[in-house]
Design a protein around this ligand. Structure first.
Ligand SMILES: *Cc1c(COP(=O)(O)O)cnc(C)c1O
Length: 397
């Protein structure tokens, strides 16, 4: 085996490769340009057109487009009625926003540990966290792989809890043949540029429940309604509106909506390429001594957002930091997803103890995310595989 670049070998990739990256084509650019030349930059026809497309992709009855994935999670918590004293169970292996949305509402995020093989929240751990204060469960389809949905939905039903899914990683994923977005009370998507489809910034909430849908619309736009049936004092003046709850301005612009609609046209191609790359990585890494791959569950037909390698400290002499730096020297810019949320200083100050979720913490110590995106070339995929093999061989005990 060749020497790793960190010890003077040739880098496996000739130019730097990011872990994630958007793909924008001429159709996307045209879609945005058309809006710029039109009458509406926001609150125009692109929003309902996008929401219709999102309903088609997810099979949901209603879709509400918002300014980002965090806003999607926030209005879902508002619609669920989360307030002071309410507990919401989520995973520590996620981006901070999955817990912050609960904190915004004055609620308390409660962290349930993960399954150490799939990296998704463990339904048994969820059930063990339920108290009289529990109001909702907010699982994350981590890396894009569906959580054990049926088990979690059964727990929610048994205890009368609302189920909100963080599907920021999971657009295009199906669970038992059903698209993510058609299941659960509400499902929240992010369209940040590292995610599978993007609008720059953007997010969508889907639901099948009309009452929740109405609450989501109010929370997105200041709590203002022009629907007389929702008004306290309906007056038939054309300019009249009422603000009936405290909402936000979480609207998406028409430029962003047009971009996202155009991106959704490419979702089948994006999914296919991501699956191809995951298959190639899985095949290459299953026999590499030193790395462990994420277990895939048969119920999930996964459009993967992240590809995570777990380093095996029983085999490797190097630290995760040394592995990370060695990958960097190969021109492969890895990342780590994620620092357990309750390790972040804000949550530490609220008193969450280190050691709360030992399986999540152990995973965090060992992982790094390698490049996965639509336009990653076969040559770059081969480069990533070669780099991992070189580094594992070099640092083998
Ligand atoms: C990206 C992400 C979010 C937040 O989405 P934004 O669009 O960046 O606000 C929430 N949850 C998870 C798991 C994410 O990866």
């Amino acid at each position: 085996m060749e020497k790793p670049a960190i010890c003077g070998g040739t880098p496996a990739c000739s130019t730097p490769v990011q872990y994630g990256k958007q793909y924008i084509d001429d159709a996307d650019i045209q879609a945005v340009t058309n809006v710029l030349k039109s009458d509406f930059l926001t609150c125009g026809p692109q929003i309902p057109a996008l929401e219709k497309k999102f309903r088609e992709v997810t099979g949901a009855k209603y879709a509400v487009a918002v300014s980002n994935g965090t806003a999607a999670l926030h209005i879902a918590c508002i619609a669920a009625g989360i307030g002071p004293g309410d507990e919401v169970i989520t995973t520590p292996v996620t981006f901070a926003a999955s817990a912050n949305c609960v904190s915004y509402c004055g609620g308390k995020p409660v962290f349930a540990d993960i399954n150490p093989e799939t990296y998704n929240i463990d339904p048994l751990a969820v059930e063990a966290c339920i108290t009289p204060g529990t109001k909702a469960v907010l699982p994350v389809h981590f890396t894009g792989q569906a959580v054990a949905y049926d088990e979690i939905a059964a727990i929610c039903k048994k205890h009368g809890l609302i189920l909100i899914q963080d599907a920021a990683h999971a657009v295009g994923t199906h669970y038992k043949g059903k698209p993510i977005g058609s299941l659960a009370d509400m499902t929240c998507f992010s369209c940040h540029p590292v995610k599978t489809v993007t609008s720059g910034e953007g997010g969508v909430v889907t639901t099948n429940d009309e009452e929740l849908y109405k609450k989501l619309l109010l929370a997105r736009s200041h709590g203002i309604t022009r629907d007389q049936s929702q008004m306290l004092n309906p007056i038939d003046d054309p300019w009249y509106y009422e603000m009936i709850s405290l909402g936000y301005n979480y609207r998406l612009t028409d430029m962003q909506a047009a971009l996202l609609s155009s991106q959704l046209d490419k979702l089948p191609a994006f999914s296919k390429r991501r699956k191809d790359i995951v298959d190639r990585y899985n095949e290459a890494f299953q026999d590499v001594d030193g790395v462990i791959i994420q277990k895939e569950i048969p119920e999930s037909d996964t459009t993967r957002h992240l590809y995570i390698l777990q380093l095996d400290p029983d085999v490797l002499t190097c630290s995760r930091r040394q592995f990370f730096d060695a990958m960097h020297a190969e021109n492969i810019l890895c990342q780590v997803h994620y620092i357990p949320v309750y390790h972040l200083p804000y949550y530490q100050r609220l008193g969450y103890p280190v050691g709360l979720c030992p399986k999540a913490e152990r995973l965090y110590e060992r992982i790094l995310s390698i490049p996965l995106y639509y336009s990653l070339t076969d040559e770059q995929v081969d480069g990533v595989i070669l780099a991992v093999k070189k580094i594992c061989a070099y640092y083998h005990k």
